[in-house]
Design a protein around this ligand. Sequence first.
Ligand SMILES: Cc1ncc(C[n+]2csc(CCOP(=O)(O)OP(=O)(O)O)c2C)c(N)n1
Length: 322
Amino acid sequence: MEAPKTALEMYRMMLLVRRFEEEAARAYSQGKIGGFLHLYIGQESIAVGASHALRPGDYTVTTYRDHGLALARGMSARAAMAELFGKVTGCSKGLGGSMHFFDVEHGMFGGHGIVGGHLPLAAGLAFASKYKGDGRVTMVFYGEGASSIGATHEGMSLAALWKLPIVFVCENNQYAMGTSLERSLSVTDVSLKADAYGMAKDRFVAEDVVEVRDRLATACERARAGEGPSLVEICTYRYRGHSMSDPAKYRTKEEVEAYKQRDALNRLEAALLADAATRDEAAQVQAAVEAEVADAVRFAEESAEPTIELLEPTTYKGEFAR
Ligand SMILES: Cc1ncc(C[n+]2csc(CCOP(=O)(O)OP(=O)(O)O)c2C)c(N)n1
């Protein structure tokens, strides 16, 4: 059994990610958030388990479905919500929006919109760590749809060749926009791609956040010990559409409901509420998360828009990430 303190902390973060995104969806439908909004609801156990497997200072890189990882790595809900609202107090000064969360302090190197394009970038971060001998691990997240992208394989090939300290995490949520895994991949076990590069591999379902943490921690240890990269495929499901404009007609309501029955957040919540040792604290966590999300929305609404003066320093002078 997991220590209550850790279990409660994992629960707090999974709930924060979910409630944050539910409120973001509401704000989006009210016209307060523009552009794209890709929700992570249903996949929370991966970002949260991963963040518990990593050490402070380790690097993470992910796709446009990035809010959950940013929060789990330590970005404040205020900075995240303000970014969605396009406000200057956001993590990317309101210039990046939903797909471009960035937070060097917490090792969050994006938020990337080009499918698969961020894997070579992550390999570059891992190369820097190996070159400097700084002991950091890079963990990069991608969807199963990115398995068919050239850049994905370029990143993996070099990472394996140079035994870089990196963990490739494939979040297999079974659909790339409206295309199911079966319709796009000749081999549906994505973890088998690891064999092509001589990488270690693992594959499991994301129903238990503690299991996610433990299995990713094994891959991190391997990377830190100089044994090279791993490919970990974690099977999951997104409950919402690909983005806010997707009515998700390519799957049935029954299918979505069946996956919700196995929801990792609900499972953990039920276990904590059933246990007298954690019941009261779990209820306190719920109240605290509600307050934190409400505060983030208020903060985002009240913050200022970015001004034109930001354009030059952030575009040409590299002051953006400082
Ligand atoms: C190179 C490239 N091709 C196409 C797109 C359009 N596109 C955006 S998301 C997406 C689906 C990606 O699915 P997957 O990698 O499984 O990730 P998920 O959205 O399921 O998290 C596509 C095709 C893109 N952004 N970049």
